[in-house]
Design a protein around this ligand. Structure first.
Ligand SMILES: *Cc1c(COP(=O)(O)O)cnc(C)c1O
Length: 395
């Protein structure tokens, strides 16, 4: 997830365009901006890359998720099904729009398991938000089929997986909307930023309004003349951030190609290592290759290998112990520690997050390690890395 690794002259030039005019804002100032519309250009480029009809940029991936949920009509009283292996933003966004997160097990794709969905769909279920974790994909065609059968909205959290495809189609394009993040650790960075894509004109217009206080953007040069068809909020991106991302988007193909090459070298070296199996990739050719995720036999062995890898200078995240990416450590959610009362507490419908049974997810996460793939590795560094991994396994 290396956008931060490649900040260069292209990014500086894009930002300079914005600084030269002083128009740091995406809306208004038509005369002063000298034809620069960085956010709008970014959106157009995101459409080209993903093959989606519409895109709308937001101030973060979390804001994009909230906007997508709101624009799809998800709100108070609705349940939204999400996986327990994700970033906390997934449940935050659901709560933000007044809905209730409901957890569904993952499978060896490290993403939401379509076979487990049936067990968690209640009468109040409204949407499924699978998360394409660590650069690769869920069994998205099967998830879509379950959504269609049950009349559920499908909103993909592809925040970590820009540039990844399933059977040639960009992640984020399988349901009503898809979301991306451009924060500090993602494949492409804006500094801070996010975006949603959709083929629906209606969802796009709602998103465009929602993320800008409900502005319909029909009032012409005077923003004060805009109408406000819906209640919105401010999730606007700044032109400065969009400018950085625009330069980065131009490098996406190159980024993904390097990640794939670096990942393949290490994966090839690890094939056949005692007890190692790899994350299941429903379409290996579509992997954006930000991480190499693999499994060991059991928790004890995984902890042993994690320590050996770290001791040899090639530490890999053990998500099972991670505060931010797996439900096990989300004590703030389990204890319903909102800044104030959470929406679902009002109706007495707060789910019991303390006693969730997610045995299948626990079993998978206990045995999983992920190596982050960097762009900046030289051939020599990759060779040394492979040596260190092999040494760690020999113990
Ligand atoms: C990063 C991330 C987000 C949120 O993105 P921000 O831009 O940091 O708000 C949401 N979901 C997942 C899976 C992420 O990794």
């Amino acid at each position: 997830m290396p956008g931060f690794e490649i900040f260069g002259d292209e990014e500086r030039q894009q930002v300079q365009d914005v600084l030269d005019t002083g128009v740091l804002f995406r809306y208004g100032f038509e005369e002063k901006r000298q034809g620069h519309f960085k956010a709008a250009e970014f959106e157009q480029k995101l459409c080209e890359i993903t093959g989606s009809r519409h895109a709308h940029l937001c101030s973060s991936g979390t804001a994009a998720l909230c906007t997508a949920l709101a624009a799809c009509g998800v709100g108070a009283g609705d349940e939204v099904i999400i996986p327990p292996f994700t970033f906390v933003a997934s449940f935050e966004a659901v709560i933000q729009v007044g809905a209730t997160p409901v957890f569904c097990d993952i499978d060896e794709t490290l993403c939401l398991d379509p076979d487990s969905l049936h067990g968690v769909i209640s009468e109040r279920a409204r949407a499924v938000v699978p998360v394409h974790m660590c650069g690769s994909m869920a069994r998205i065609d099967e998830i879509k089929a379950v959504c269609d059968q049950n009349g559920l909205l499908l909103i993909e959290d592809a925040c970590q997986s820009l540039g990844a495809t399933f059977k040639g189609k960009s992640l984020g394009t399988f349901g009503q909307a898809g979301c991306f993040s451009f924060d500090a650790v993602k494949t492409v960075t804006c500094g801070e930023g996010g975006g949603l894509i959709t083929d629906s004109q209606e969802i796009y217009l709602k998103a465009d309004q929602y993320a800008d206080h409900g502005h319909d953007h029909l009032g012409g040069p005077d923003r004060g003349a805009d109408g406000h068809p819906i209640i919105g909020t401010n999730f606007r991106i700044s032109e400065l951030n969009a400018a950085v991302g625009l330069a980065q988007l131009g490098k996406l193909d190159q980024i993904v190609a390097i990640q794939r090459k670096n990942k393949q070298a290490i994966k090839d070296a690890m094939i056949g290592l005692d007890g190692v199996t790899f994350r299941y990739l429903p379409d290996p050719t579509g992997d954006s290759a930000t991480f190499l995720s693999f499994f060991l036999e059991d928790e004890t062995r995984t902890r042993e290998v994690a320590k050996a890898l770290a001791d040899n200078g090639v530490g890999c995240p053990y998500w099972y112990d991670n505060n931010w990416h797996y439900l096990r450590k989300w004590h703030h959610l389990k204890q319903l520690n909102g800044a104030g009362k959470l929406p679902f507490e009002l109706t007495g419908q707060a789910p019991d997050y303390q006693n969730l049974e997610l045995t299948a997810s626990d079993d998978i996460m206990k045995r999983c390690l992920s190596m982050q793939i960097m762009l900046s590795w030289s051939d020599e560094e990759i060779e040394n890395r492979i040596k260190a991994v092999l040494k760690a396994f020999k113990g």
